[in-house]
Design a protein around this ligand. Structure first.
Ligand code: NDP
Ligand code: TDO
Length: 285
């Protein structure tokens, strides 16, 4: 297989890919941090594509600060939409398949049934809107692309809800966590394995796919499980969304249906609590 390049390599998913690449026996994969390859900078992108002539490009770079995006929509848009357009142009010029990562936040969250890839999108915050714009630009340049929508990513790397809860649970006498937002956590290591499996099998079933862990939960139940599995006696109080004020609105229901990725790409999906236990074992050791 030819070269694979990864943008945003120092982020959470980028580090997970780096951790799982050896187990998939992939060695021609190149991990590029922002200082090595800036996806906002055409000169940097051109030099990168010329150097590696990649067969696959995995984009882990994104603007992911959901609340902050409300205050700086143009900065979020530059990374989540404009840079994705740049990348798509280079992928087309170099005949590279793009693997791009998107989010459950492209949906409004007003439904109550698992969301499929063809369900109508309707973002309710700036982050979700700019990620949707990024999704929509890709097919204008490419036919060979995978857009993987995922949700509630966590891992032993970077910043995420699991690490925040472990910190709060040790520092605070009690913590309030929203129970009326439902979704599915995703262990970013599982997503990294999924991405490399898709690439290794060389399938050409391109398009949009949903990938999260299996099952569903609320943020409150997620927090309770984090503490139970970690044996931390935290006092977690369930609160409604209206009682926990955040700058950005978040979807109330964003459970995604994984039937398509299981059927078309033969991806196995671990249950969320099993994966959480694996991650916590690493974090708590
Ligand atoms: N985190 C989550 O809960 C979820 C994430 N997603 C999506 O998954 C993907 C990966 O997310 P995650 O790993 O958590 O994100 P992170 O925020 O951990 O990582 C994003 C990375 O992008 C890098 N980056 C920023 N600007 C540039 C640039 N101009 N050029 C190159 N790299 C840049 C950052 O580098 P630096 O740190 O140096 O600025 C950082 O390493 C994203 O597309 C995200 O939208 C989807 C659902 C849930
Ligand atoms: C820290 C904390 C959060 N919450 C709530 C707020 C929010 O509704 C939910 C998660 O909060 P966080 O800020 O950790 O996570 P958030 O940034 O909302 O997570 C999202 O990130 C983007 C990038 C995505 O793409 C989404 O899939 C999703 O993972 O939990 C509490 O109720 N209590 C708390 O103490």
């Amino acid at each position: 297989m030819g070269n694979i390049i990864v943008f945003g390599a120092s982020g959470q998913l980028g580090q997970c890919l780096q951790a799982v690449a050896p187990e998939k026996n992939i060695d021609n994969i190149y991990f590029l941090t922002k200082s090595e390859a800036n996806i906002l900078d055409n000169i940097s992108l051109q030099a990168t594509f010329q150097k590696y002539e990649p067969v696959y490009c995995i984009n882990c770079a994104a603007y992911t600060a959901v609340d902050k995006a409300e205050d700086e929509p143009e900065t979020a848009r530059q990374l989540n939409r404009d840079a994705v357009e740049n990348l798509s142009q280079y992928c087309r010029a170099f005949n590279t398949t793009l693997v791009h990562v998107s989010t459950d936040f492209v949906f409004s969250g007003t439904g109550y049934l698992p969301l499929t890839e063809t369900d109508a999108t309707e973002p309710i915050n700036i982050y979700g809107l700019t990620k949707l714009e990024g999704e929509q630009i890709i097919p204008q340049y490419l036919t060979s692309y995978y857009i993987l929508r995922t949700s509630w990513l966590y891992s032993e790397y970077g910043n995420n809800f699991v690490k925040t809860m472990l910190r709060f649970g040790r520092e605070r006498p009690e913590l309030k966590v929203i129970w009326d937002q439902v979704g599915t956590p995703t262990y970013a290591v599982d997503l990294a394995r999924c991405i490399l499996t898709i690439i290794k099998q060389g399938s050409q079933h391109y398009g949009i796919y949903h990938y999260s862990n299996e099952g569903l939960t609320s943020w409150y139940d997620f927090a309770k499980n984090i503490f139970e599995l970690s044996k931390i006696p935290a006092n977690v109080i369930p609160v409604r969304t209206a009682e926990y004020i955040t700058k950005a609105v978040r979807p109330a229901y964003s459970v995604m249906d994984k039937a398509k990725i299981k059927q078309h790409l033969n991806i196995e999906v671990p249950y969320w609590r099993d994966s959480l236990a694996k991650c916590l074992e690493k974090l708590n050791n």
